[in-house]
Design a protein around this ligand. Sequence first.
Ligand SMILES: Nc1ncnc2c1ncn2[C@@H]1O[C@H](COP(=O)(O)OP(=O)(O)OP(=O)(O)O)[C@@H](O)[C@H]1O
Ligand SMILES: [Mg+2]
Length: 249
Amino acid sequence: MTVYAVALSKGGSTKTTTAAEVAAALARRGRRVLAIDVDQQGNFSRRLGLNDDTEVDAVAADVLVGKASARAAAVPSPSVPGVDVLAGTHDLADIDHLPEVLTSLRDELPTIVGEWDDVVIDTPPALGMLTLAALAAADVVIAAVACETEAYDQLSRLVDVIDSRIAMRLRPGQQVHWIVPTRHDGRRLLDREVVEELEKVHPGKVTTPIREAVAAKDAYTAGMPVSVYMPDSGIADDYAAAMAQIITT
Ligand SMILES: Nc1ncnc2c1ncn2[C@@H]1O[C@H](COP(=O)(O)OP(=O)(O)OP(=O)(O)O)[C@@H](O)[C@H]1O
Ligand SMILES: [Mg+2]
């Protein structure tokens, strides 16, 4: 089982869009995937096709505090066969400060091996307990960095937090494994400079850039990963190339 977590504390940096692509790419490879939405905004759940009418017996917050099993809470994604979802709801706001949340995913996920082949966790735009829990559990940490200075700056913060809070004891040696530059427009100087700088500072960790495309937003409205919504688009090709770099199983 490989646990992937997508993180960056900058809001709107394309974490959820990218996490949905990781889940969809794994499912396309025949893997059974558990998608865990630990953001109370619930965008990951929504992008995987859940909506207000979806019936759930339990949600991600219940699993994180041990009130429900992942099996009991998981609901099949209506838009991506092979993916089950632990729904992100406002209940997560009530548990983001609880110390026991920190190690919950790290300790629980290995117990569900066999039910799912891989896990993908989408995190909120903050470095609170829920994000730290995901970082402590992840085998592969992916930073989704929209090509803008603010997101680039937050990448240093993510690296610092992993070094100071996670890599010493919670998850020895933890690091950012992959950086996915997104909303990239090769005609813009700033975008080219951001990718160049990322490659200079993080050699070997930067994937193919993902182009800016309105299909990403339309796909969200349709409740789908963009590669499912518009499989023949340029952005789907970009994500396929990036996922081929990240997913080695
Ligand atoms: N390549 C792209 N081109 C254009 N728009 C994009 C692209 N990728 C994502 N978006 C859009 O950018 C917005 C932010 O993306 P997303 O929700 O994935 O970011 P996020 O980091 O998860 O946000 P938050 O911090 O609120 O969780 C969304 O409207 C999404 O549809
Ligand atoms: Mg998000």
